[in-house]
Design a protein around this ligand. Structure first.
Ligand code: FDP
Length: 331
């Protein structure tokens, strides 16, 4: 090996980062740190399976639908199993609600936290080898220690999240998360099996460079303001970028400066994206990174959820861009 490579430092691993920031969670006695490690470990297994998805017979539909009406794919189920298993073995989470299952799971332990998770988001991109992701939120269990877990423990406002993050399985795999003290991004170094801090203190680039929306929806929009806003983006000569994997689109906009929109349509009159499994986590990260996320008439983080699989119209990005969009929507 060349001498220069031998001398190179590895950088700050996720473990070391979590340990050195432990003092930020005075009431957590290490459980939250362990929970984040459990999620990171499961993501490494999922990453491994995704990387060989083309090689073995684990791609394609299993012929089932989830409660949102999407076809479930084999990797969706695999990711769901991996994250559920890691969280149940860890013991820090007492319950999990997953986009892939109709009901929440009571892990029947004394864990302080509940987790909501979309184990594999952007699943229509799986079998074409395009970036996909995992999105998670962590909340404190609301009910008393001796009370059984109930749906109310999951129906918490996004503002009550203790931590949230996503994993992007792209050209490289990244874990981006926040515990309410800014946003940090870690890149997976597969030969070491470690996440290494690569994007410290991420903030939204406040430039209006990109807009991300499925423009194929333009004939089905309920809110006219969306069309006038997109027209304004074009007048400003912005570029359109739409991958169709929420994590990838969000991450791109976070780094390069851009807004993501999934408005309500005649097919999805309440929006398509899930409040608990997708929007809340990304809204939390957006705000921690200096951006904002809104639904039509309120901040995403202030919405009181009324059911686990609730969907909302979702707009997220740099403050200036989201405010400009809202001025077109007139709510
Ligand atoms: P997918 O249906 O492939 O799972 O919420 C799911 C999601 O992908 C998001 O990741 C993505 O942003 C959006 O739906 C794509 O929806 P459209 O195909 O309607 O644009």
């Amino acid at each position: 090996m060349e001498k220069s490579r031998i001398d190179l430092p590895i950088g700050i691993t996720l473990d070391r980062f979590i340990k050195s920031n432990q003092s930020q969670y005075p009431n957590a006695a290490g459980e939250l740190s362990q929970l984040l490690r459990d999620i990171a470990l499961a993501s490494k297994v999922v990453n491994r399976e995704i990387n060989k998805a083309g090689l073995v017979d684990i791609m394609g539909y299993v012929g089932l639908m989830n409660s949102g009406g999407d076809h479930q794919q084999k990797l969706d189920l695999l990711a769901n199993t991996r994250f559920t298993r890691a969280l149940s073995k860890g013991g820090e989470a007492c319950g999990i609600a997953s986009e892939e299952t109709d009901e929440f799971i009571d892990l029947k332990n004394n864990g302080k936290y509940v987790v909501t998770i979309d184990p594999l988001d952007g699943s229509s991109n799986i079998d074409v080898n395009v970036s996909i992701g995992t999105i998670f939120s962590i909340y404190k269990k609301k009910s008393a220690e001796n009370e059984p877990l109930s749906e109310a423990d999951f129906l918490q406002k996004g503002r009550d999240q203790i931590a949230a993050g996503y994993i992007l399985y792209g050209p490289s795999t990244m874990l981006v998360f926040s515990t309410g003290n800014g946003v940090n991004g870690f890149t997976y170094e597969s030969t070491l099996g470690e996440y290494v801090l690569s994007h410290p203190a991420l903030v939204f680039k406040n430039e209006s460079t990109f807009y991300s929306m499925n423009e194929g929806l333009s004939l089905d929009l309920i809110d006219n303001g969306i069309a006038t806003y997109i027209h304004a983006c074009k007048e400003q000569r912005m570029s359109g970028r739409y991958i169709g994997s929420l994590v990838a689109d969000f991450h791109r906009n976070l780094l390069k400066g851009g807004i993501f929109l999934y408005p309500r349509t005649h097919k999805y009159p309440n929006g398509k994206l899930r409040l608990l499994f997708e929007a809340n986590a990304l809204a939390f990260i957006a705000e921690q990174a200096g951006g904002i996320a809104t639904s039509n008439d309120s901040s995403v983080l202030d919405i009181q959820p009324n059911n686990i699989h609730q969907t909302i119209p979702f707009y997220v990005g740099p403050k200036m861009m989201v405010k400009q969009l809202l001025s077109h929507l007139n709510f």
